[in-house]
Ligand binder design. Structure first.
Ligand code: ADP
Length: 277
């Protein structure tokens, strides 16, 4: 694993509304470092601060306290906002809000154009990034003709055309059907395999088992942080935070209570392997 590409140093974030005296503290002293090339899943119930965390990494929000560094750049330093957004791309929940052009390939070109990439190079990047998400044959189509999963893959192509070192996915599959979810997860795993650092915010536990690190936020603080195996074995803590463990972990837990000696499995294949032995 390489150096830390994202460093959150005691990050606190408060939403302030003019008409309300009390600010809402969405993040409360979060310290986390994300190693280059790693795959971190961030979980937590609604309102735990996941989206606020993502937006702070991308400099869409700036810390109320503490600091955020992306590839060494302090997000509070306005002069570097484009360096930061180019390095840490972001994919949001709703694909419709992310596609801005009437034609797929124009959409993918949008980011690199804003970065001032040369026209010939942009053409190459459109081709490569659309091919890598399996959407090249749709390059002349209008986004309205695509399924949710396809739109989300085009949105991802637009982000990877900027050659980010890191991509933050903020519940990218929440609005998709199971097929769309699978398509998007395949693309995320492919990017990770190519060395892109992944931060995946999700409420699907099944998606988090693919990560090499799981961070659970609760009430604006880091409640659990470790490998998926370590975190998902904390069944009590997970239940107390009103979260469900992945199905396989629940099953293993119930079998253990019936006296079975089940090893710490988190993936379906591992459970099948164990049961068939
Ligand atoms: P999550 O993504 O885990 O659902 P959020 O980061 O969206 O959590 O929200 C964390 C807390 O901040 C919640 O209490 C939420 O109500 C509050 N919050 C989020 N966005 C705003 C906003 N624009 N104005 C005021 N409070 C907000």
């Amino acid at each position: 694993m390489g150096k830390d590409i994202i460093v959150l140093d005691a990050l606190t974030y408060e939403y302030r509304k003019e008409d309300e005296e009390q600010p809402v503290k969405a993040l409360d002293g979060v310290s986390l470092s994300v190693a280059e090339g790693s795959f971190t899943a961030v979980l937590g119930k609604n309102g735990s601060g996941k989206s606020t965390l993502a937006k702070n990494i991308n400099a869409l929000l700036l810390p109320s306290g503490g600091a955020v560094y992306v590839d060494g750049f302090n997000t509070a330093d306005e002069a570097h906002v484009w360096e930061i957004r180019q390095r840490a791309g972001m994919v949001f929940q709703n694909p419709d809000n992310q596609l801005v052009s009437a034609i797929v390939e124009d959409d993918v070109a949008f980011g690199p154009e804003n970065l001032g990439v040369a026209t010939e190079e942009i053409k190459l990047r459109i081709e490569r990034s659309l091919k890598s998400v399996g959407m090249y044959e749709f390059r002349k189509k209008g986004p309205h003709m695509l399924s949710g999963g396809q739109k989300q893959r085009v949105a991802i192509a637009g982000v990877i055309a900027m050659r980010p070192k890191c991509v933050i996915f903020d519940e990218p599959t929440a609005m998709l059907d199971p097929k769309g979810r699978e398509e998007v997860m395949d693309v995320i795993r492919m990017l990770h395999g190519e060395g892109v650092t992944i931060v995946l915010i999700t409420h699907f536990m099944e998606e988090a088992v693919h990560a090499d690190r799981v961070v659970i936020l609760d009430d604006g603080r880091v409640a659990l942080d470790g490998t998926p195996e370590e975190v998902f074995l904390e069944m009590e803590a997970i239940r107390e935070m009103a979260l469900d463990a992945p199905l396989v972990v629940e099953l293993a837990d119930r079998l253990r209570r019936r006296g079975w000696d089940v090893p710490p499995v988190i993936k379906m294949e591992e459970m099948v392997e164990y049961l068939c032995r």
